[in-house]
Design a protein around this ligand. Structure first.
Ligand code: PBG
Length: 335
C-alpha cells in the first residue's frame, strides 16, 4: 500500500493543523540550515586596491591578500567552517600553460598563508584548475585546438602540491580532466600530505551559469570556445554517478555537484548512491539572478537566499558553496 493511503482521509486528516503556527512548523521541520552548512566563495586579486567591485555580481568584490585574511576572521566570527578561494590574475601574467598557477610566490599561496595565519580555525579550500591563469581561459593546456588531458593533469598536480604545502586544507579540482583526483592524491601521499582533503568537483556541468564568474576572475574575454569537451553535458545524469564513482575510487573525500539549483536531481542521486559528504555550488549566475531580481523589486533577496539554500539541503547536500555565505549566516543567526 502506498504511504499516501495510510494517511487516511479528510476530515480526520487535515494537513493544515501542522502548519497553523510558527512553533509547530518549527517542530515538524525536516530540513534545517545553519552556518555549519556554508562554504563561503570569495575572489582574491593581485592588484593594489583592497577591494574592487565585480560588475556582474553586485555586492561581490575582489579582495587583496589583507582583505582575504580579514574574510577568514569574519568567517570565524560567523561560524562558517570553510572558505573557497578563487583568484583574479593580472592578464600580463597569463600564458598557454597557466605558468602563474605554480608560482610559489603567486597570489593564491600568499592568500592561503595569510588566511591560515589570521584564522587557523577556518578551513581554506583552493580551486585546482588553470583557467584563471591561462591566456585562453581553459582549465587545462591547449594544444592544436584541444585541451590535452594528461599534460594538464601534470600541471594540476603541481598546482595542488604547491597549495597544500602553502597550508590549504582542502584541494578542490574543478578542471574535469580524467584521472586528476588519483594523480593529486598520490602526489599528496608522496609529499607527506596525507591529511589534505580533496573535495572533487565530481559532477561539473558545462553551464551558462558560470558567466558572471568569468568576469570575476577575468577569464571572460580570454575564453576561446567552450568547455564541452571536459565539463559534462547538462542533459546527462547517469554520467554524474560514473564521474563520482571514479573520483571516490581515486581518493576524493567529498563530492560536489555544480551548478546548484538546476541540478537538484543530481545532488539527490549522488547522495543516495554514495552516502558520502556531498556538496553543491550555488554558482555566480545563480547569485546574480537573485541579486538582479531583488534589485528590480521582483524577489525578496533574503527569502530567496534562505529558500534556495534550504532546497540544496533538502535535496541531500551536506553543505553549500555560496557567495551569499556571510549574509546567510547573519540571517540564520537572527532567525
Ligand atoms: C574553474 C571554475 C569555474 C567556476 C569555479 N571554478 C568556472 C568554469 O568552470 O568555467 C565557476 C564558479 C561560479 O560560477 O561561481 N574551473
Amino acid at each position: 500500500m502506498s504511504k499516501v493511503n495510510q494517511f487516511g482521509a479528510f476530515p480526520s486528516v487535515r494537513p493544515r493543523r501542522l502548519r497553523q503556527a510558527d512553533w509547530v512548523r518549527r517542530l515538524v521541520r525536516e530540513t534545517t540550515l545553519g552556518a555549519d552548512d556554508l562554504i563561503w566563495a570569495i575572489v582574491a586579486h593581485d592588484g593594489a586596491q583592497p577591494r574592487v567591485p565585480v560588475q556582474a555580481m553586485p555586492g561581490i568584490e575582489r579582495l587583496n591578500v589583507e582583505e582575504a585574511a580579514k574574510a577568514a576572521e569574519e568567517a570565524r566570527a560567523l561560524g562558517i567552517p570553510l572558505i573557497a578561494l578563487f583568484p583574479f590574475i593580472d592578464g600580463a601574467k597569463k600564458d598557454n600553460q597557466g605558468s602563474e598557477a605554480t608560482n610559489p610566490k603567486g597570489l593564491v599561496p600568499a592568500c592561503v598563508r595569510a588566511m591560515k595565519a589570521a584564522a587557523p580555525e577556518v578551513g581554506v579550500m583552493v580551486d585546482i584548475a588553470l583557467d584563471p591563469f591561462t591566456d585562453h581561459g581553459h582549465d587545462g593546456v591547449l594544444r592544436g585546438g584541444a585541451i590535452v588531458n594528461d599534460e594538464s593533469v601534470a600541471r594540476l598536480v603541481d598546482q595542488a602540491l604547491l597549495l597544500a604545502q602553502a597550508g590549504a586544507d582542502v584541494i578542490a579540482p574543478s578542471d574535469m580532466m580524467d584521472g586528476r583526483v588519483g594523480a593529486i592524491r598520490m602526489a599528496l601521499e608522496k609529499a607527506g600530505k596525507q591529511d589534505t582533503l580533496i573535495m572533487s568537483y565530481a559532477a561539473k556541468y558545462a553551464s551558462c551559469f558560470y558567466g558572471p564568474y568569468r568576469e570575476a576572475i577575468g577569464s571572460a574575454k580570454a575564453l576561446t570556445g567552450d568547455k564541452k569537451t571536459y565539463q559534462m553535458d547538462f542533459a546527462n545524469t547517469d554520467e554524474a554517478l560514473k564521474e563520482c564513482a571514479l573520483d571516490v575510487a581515486e581518493g576524493a573525500d567529498m563530492l560536489m555537484v555544480k551548478p546548484g539549483l538546476a541540478y537538484l536531481d543530481i545532488v539527490r542521486r549522488v547522495k543516495d548512491a554514495f552516502s558520502l559528504p556531498t556538496f553543491v555550488f550555488q554558482v555566480s549566475g545563480e547569485y546574480s539572478m537573485i541579486k538582479a531580481a531583488a534589485a528590480a523589486g521582483w524577489l525578496e533577496e533574503d527569502r530567496a537566499i534562505v529558500e534556495t539554500l534550504t532546497a540544496f539541503k533538502r535535496a541531500g547536500a551536506d553543505g553549500i558553496i555560496t557567495y551569499f555565505a556571510p549574509r546567510a549566516a547573519r540571517l540564520l543567526a537572527a532567525a
